[in-house]
Design a protein around this ligand. Structure first.
Ligand code: MF3
Ligand code: CO
Length: 263
């Protein structure tokens, strides 16, 4: 299947969906504190979606016969992605929390994520967050016209592994737009100069998932929560990026909320 190219209308809609997704993510960040439950973050995320006129793309999302039961994905420590918010999950100092916000707005999807520390974290965990964040930036820089998807993938993999961590293989980044997952797949591992050629007007969700230990993951019996097989902590950073002749443009940039809240 070929990679959808957005026209100026689609790009305008993507800007809006992505700005909303980013604004919600940004609003959740200061709520991440010891004593807060992941359900508290879910409710805040759900409320922001309503306030900004968007809908969760995760809620009711099908995977086989299962439907995702929450509006946000909140993954703690060894949870890689798709953690289901819970009243029983109380955040403690030293934890790390991956927040993944995906919204529909006017028929288009914006997707972004980041991992935040709960208070001070250990030096190795701090390094995990830094390297994962930097891997995303380096991957985005490869989203240049004429490059290939494998240039993004291999750059992320090389940087992460050079720093002693591993990239998750079981889940990948993806095109995003008229649905949450469009072609192409964007693995966080691969070879340079392979895969589809990058052209202007693609909207790509680039999202390194980085484990402190080995890359293997497993899914918990809830059918959603993906955890590291070895119990090591995992980080996740994601932006939706527009490819242009002037280089990659990050669409998931938060706005000041006073500008976005429509009364
Ligand atoms: N950003 C995640 C993804 O691309 C969001 C998944 S929502 C869920 O897979 F419903 F699958 F949890
Ligand atoms: Co995604």
């Amino acid at each position: 299947m070929s990679i959808p190219i957005k026209n100026s209308h689609g790009i305008a809609k993507m800007r809006e969906a992505c700005a909303i997704a980013a604004t919600i993510l940004e609003q959740l960040k200061p709520l991440v504190r010891p004593g807060v439950t992941t359900q508290d973050l879910e409710e805040a995320g759900r409320d922001w979606m309503a306030r900004l006129g968007a809908r969760s793309a995760c809620f009711g999302y099908h995977h086989g016969s299962r439907r995702y039961p929450a509006h946000t994905c909140i993954s703690v420590n060894d949870e890689v992605v798709h953690g289901i918010p819970s009243l029983r999950r109380v955040l403690r100092e030293g934890d790390i929390v991956s927040l993944d916000i995906v919204v529909w707005k006017d028929g288009y999807v914006g997707d972004n994520a980041f991992t935040v520390p709960v208070g001070p974290v250990s030096a190795p965990v701090e390094k995990l967050l830094r390297v994962s964040r930097e891997a995303l930036v380096l991957g985005i820089k490869q989203a240049q016209i004429g490059n290939r998807i494998g240039d993004i993938s291999s750059t992320i993999q090389q940087y992460v592994e050079a720093n002693g961590f591993s990239v998750v293989r079981d889940m990948v980044g993806h095109g995003v737009g008229l649905s949450m997952h469009e072609p192409p797949e964007i693995p966080n591992f691969g070879k340079p100069r392979t895969g589809d050629k990058i052209k202007p007007g693609m909207t790509l969700a680039i999202e390194p998932m980085v484990n402190a230990g080995a890359y293997k993951t497993k899914t918990l019996s809830d059918g959603w929560t993906v955890v590291t097989a070895d119990g090591s902590p995992s980080a996740h950073f994601e932006h939706t990026v527009l490819t242009t002749d002037r280089g990659p443009e990050i669409l998931t940039i938060p706005r000041p909320v006073a500008e976005s809240v429509s009364k």
